[in-house]
Structure formats: structure tokens, C-alpha cells
Design a binder for this molecule. Structure first.
Ligand code: IMP
Length: 437
């Protein structure tokens, strides 16, 4: 089988974790390539409930190696806490976890700067997860970042930390009027983390390329979603990484010619956490119903997610910029019992009708969604495992989504458990390995 990138086609929280969990059974490697512990998902299987932030959920399978790639920003405290959580639940973590020496670290001052900057933005705040993601990526691009590999070289780590704290402490004390950090304290704390992580740190780009030579199957697990991508999302209300498929290459050191398919995950409706435009948002009864039925509360911050109808403009754009080979549609059962379901096919702004995603935030904020109204279904689809058992109205809804998104649907999720899934076609089969020389 080929190498498959799995990405969110909306604003994150599409249910990628469950789909990765299903597909990981057939994979040799599961690789995170961007983001950090701002991501979060829960996997429920016969052995229990597991919460993931940084470690790919493939860790639950024997024989699967999980990789935290160079494009990820690593908060070592969060990573170690997650390792502990998994180990107390009986999950073995040893050679099956590799961390890129090139991945950048999140340091305590990143979180402090983010907190202060969000506070000072007031109503214009991004609504971040508060995990220090943006400031860590900013340092990476400003070439003052500290990398996982630096943890293993104490004198270099200390010198970089000393240099950075001169500027960061000035910013914290003088501009944000908050407490500074002491070099020695942070140094000691991070040297403790180094001891715990040392055996996992390696050149993961080499590891993955060697695996590809041996014809292993790789899954690239995207975090967040296309519309939170720093380039293609609703900028500046985005995360600070490349959450779209392209990030899988730069974030791992695996070339584009080694990728055989891209699976987009979309919910049967739309959700968003944090600030930013959301044309199909439903603020009244139906939105609340989706939130309750779909248990739409963030797994990292616990914040309620904003809910709305399925936005085909959003997903078609995701299909284009990611080169999606197919879609997995999740949480179809949450729409059960609606007399009518609406699909957004365009945006109206003044005299103009937008059929494609505008980049202009002003248009996105003030546009009116154009809806196609479809008959809903009253019977329950929860737990359905066969496409043919779906009510005809649900089939029509899915067919229209395929048409509007210009992308076939391979999988449909009808509940939170692994088994509650319709697999029309295994996306890994679709992404069969192309010949390589
Ligand atoms: P940051 O990634 O913490 O900087 O947050 C930037 C924006 O991305 C905020 O609107 C967050 O709510 C959103 N965000 C970050 N991670 C996730 C996620 O895993 N799911 C959904 N939204 C996210």
C-alpha cells in the first residue's frame, strides 16, 4: 500500500484521530508533521479511552512506529505527561517513538508571551489554545528557535537560552509588564526533560526515507485543518503551521514524489473553536443541538465549539489546495432527526456571488451563505456499517457533498467507536504505491 497524508478539510476537530486509528492497523509508521500540543483527540477502543496531543495514536498498535517530525513544535513537559498517561494505561513506549532532532521546542516564555499578547489584543484576540505554538514558530522563522537536538548539548542549549532570554525578558517585563524567566531554572527543568527524551531523539527524515526504501506504509497525521493553515486558512485567525498536505513534506523530510494519496476528513456539518469568520455558523437552537449531540467541546481546552451547516465552499477549496484523493465524512449520525439539512454552496456579499473561498476576511465575515435545502432523515444512522443501510435521504446528502466538493467519499463515520464506520473503499488501497526507481 502507498503513503497517505490525512488532513482536516475544515477548521480542525473533524475526527481525524478515529480515522487514523482505523487506518493505522495497516501502517508501519504514523507521522505527525506540524502543530504541537494544541491538537487533541480521543481514541476509544476495546481497551479503553486514550487522549492524544502530540504522540500519534498509532502508538496503540504493536509494530507501528510513531514519529514526531521536524515540523512539529514540541513542549517536552506536555510530551512527557502524555507518555506517562499512556504508560500507566499499559501502552509500551520505547523504540516505537521517534522524535526529530530538528523539531523546535516550546519554552515557558513562549506561553507567557502568547498569554500576554492575546490579552492585549482584547476583542481582536485569535482565541489560541495557549500552548505557545505561535511564539515558538515565530522564533523558528526568526532563526532564534531552540531545537530538540539542542537539548542533548547542554552548553549550546544554555547559550541559546541566555541569548533569547535577554530579549524575551525585556519584552515580558517592559512591554507586557509581567514576570521574567531565570536562565538557571529553565535550564535545569529542560535538562531533566532531556534525560527522559534522549533515547527517542534521532534524524527522523533518514528513518522515514529508509522505511520508504523498504516499502513500508506511512501515514502522515495532520493536526488542525486546512482553514487553520497559516497560508490557506482564514488568516490571521489561523494556527501558525502548515496544516495542509504540503506541510507533510516540509514537516518530515519526505519528498512529494513519495506521497501516494491525500485523505481529507470533514464533519457532516461544520465546527470551529476560537475566533474568526464562520459563514454557516448557527447561533440558535439548531447550533446548540449540534453542539450537544456532537459533544462539541474542545479536547485540548474544553471550550465549546461553534457549530453550523456543512459548507461545501470550504471543503471544495480544501480538496483543491490539498489535492485530495478522497474524503472521510465523520459524525453523520449527529444529523439524525433533522427534518431538513442545509448545504452551503456559495457566499453572497453585496452584489457578488462567491462560488470559491475568498481570501478577504471582510467578505468572509459579512457574507450571507447561499444554501441548498435537502430533506433530512428521521431514522437513526448511529453505528451503521453498510452504505446500503443508510436512509435514502442521507445517501442523497452524501452524493451531493461529493458533487459539490468534487471529491469521492471513501469512509463515513457513524459513531465514536472504531467499528461504527462505513468503509466504501479503503483510502490506502486507493493510494497504491506508484512505481519508484
Ligand atoms: P493556536 O494553534 O493555539 O495558536 O490557536 C490558533 C487557532 O487555531 C485558534 O483559533 C485555535 O482555537 C485553533 N486551533 C488550534 N488547534 C486546534 C485544534 O486542534 N482543533 C481546532 N482548532 C484548533
Amino acid at each position: 500500500m502507498g503513503n497517505l497524508v490525512i488532513i482536516g478539510a475544515q477548521w480542525g476537530d473533524e475526527g481525524k484521530g478515529k480515522i487514523v486509528d482505523i487506518l493505522a492497523q495497516d501502517a508501519d509508521f504514523v507521522v505527525r508533521y506540524q502543530g504541537g500540543s494544541n491538537a487533541g483527540h480521543t481514541v476509544i477502543n476495546e481497551r479503553g479511552t486514550y487522549v492524544f496531543h502530540l504522540i500519534p495514536s498509532g502508538i496503540l498498535y504493536r509494530g507501528v512506529t510513531c514519529v514526531i517530525g521536524n515540523g512539529v513544535v514540541v513542549d517536552p513537559a506536555a510530551l512527557i505527561e502524555e507518555m506517562d498517561h499512556l504508560q500507566t494505561k499499559g501502552v509500551t513506549i520505547g523504540k516505537n517513538l521517534a522524535i526529530s532532532e530538528r523539531a523546535h521546542l516550546i519554552l515557558p516564555y513562549h506561553k507567557a508571551i502568547e498569554r500576554a499578547s492575546e490579552q492585549s489584543r482584547g476583542l481582536r484576540r485569535i482565541g489560541t489554545t495557549g500552548r505557545g505554538i505561535g511564539p515558538s514558530y515565530a522564533d523558528k522563522m526568526a532563526r532564534i528557535g531552540i531545537r530538540v537536538g539542542d537539548l542533548l548539548n547542554p552548553s549550546l542549549f544554555k547559550r541559546k537560552l541566555e541569548d533569547n532570554l535577554v530579549e524575551m525578558n525585556w519584552l515580558l517585563e517592559q512591554f507586557h509588564k509581567t514576570d521574567p524567566y531565570q536562565v538557571d531554572k529553565v535550564f535545569d527543568q529542560y535538562m531533566g526533560y532531556a534525560d527522559r527524551l534522549r533515547s527517542h531523539v534521532t534524524d527522523t527524515a533518514l528513518l522515514l526515507n529508509r522505511a520508504i526504501r523498504k516499502n513500508k506504509t506511512l501515514l502522515f497525521e495532520g493536526a488542525q485543518g486546512t482553514h487553520l493553515d497559516v497560508d490557506f486558512g482564514t488568516y490571521p485567525y489561523v494556527t501558525s503551521s502548515s496544516a495542509s498536505a504540503g506541510g507533510a513534506c516540509t514537516g518530515t523530510g519526505v519528498g512529494p514524489t513519495m506521497i501516494d494519496g491525500v485523505l481529507g476528513i470533514a464533519k457532516a456539518y461544520t465546527t470551529r473553536v476560537g475566533s474568526g469568520p464562520f459563514p454557516t455558523e448557527l447561533t440558535e437552537e439548531i447550533g446548540q443541538r449540534l453542539q450537544e449531540r456532537g459533544n462539541e467541546f474542545g479536547s485540548t481546552t474544553g471550550r465549546p465549539r461553534r457549530c453550523g451547516w456543512f459548507d461545501a465552499v470550504l471543503v471544495r477549496y480544501a480538496a483543491q489546495v490539498n489535492g485530495l484523493t478522497s474524503l472521510a465524512l465523520t459524525k453523520l449520525d449527529v444529523l439524525d432527526g433533522h427534518r431538513e439539512v442545509l448545504l452551503c454552496t456559495g457566499y453572497r456579499h453585496g452584489e457578488k456571488l462567491y462560488k470559491d473561498m475568498p481570501s478577504d476576511l471582510e467578505v468572509l465575515t459579512n457574507c450571507q451563505p447561499v444554501y441548498q435545502r435537502m430533506k433530512g432523515w428521521t431514522v437513526s444512522t448511529t453505528g451503521t456499517t453498510k452504505y446500503n443501510q443508510l436512509p435514502v435521504e442521507a445517501k442523497r446528502y452524501l452524493a451531493r457533498i461529493e458533487e459539490l466538493a468534487q471529491c469521492p467519499i471513501d469512509m463515513i463515520s457513524t459513531g465514536s467507536k472504531r467499528a461504527e464506520t462505513i468503509i466504501i473503499r479503503n483510502p490506502l488501497e486507493r493510494s497504491r504505491r506508484r512505481p519508484r526507481h
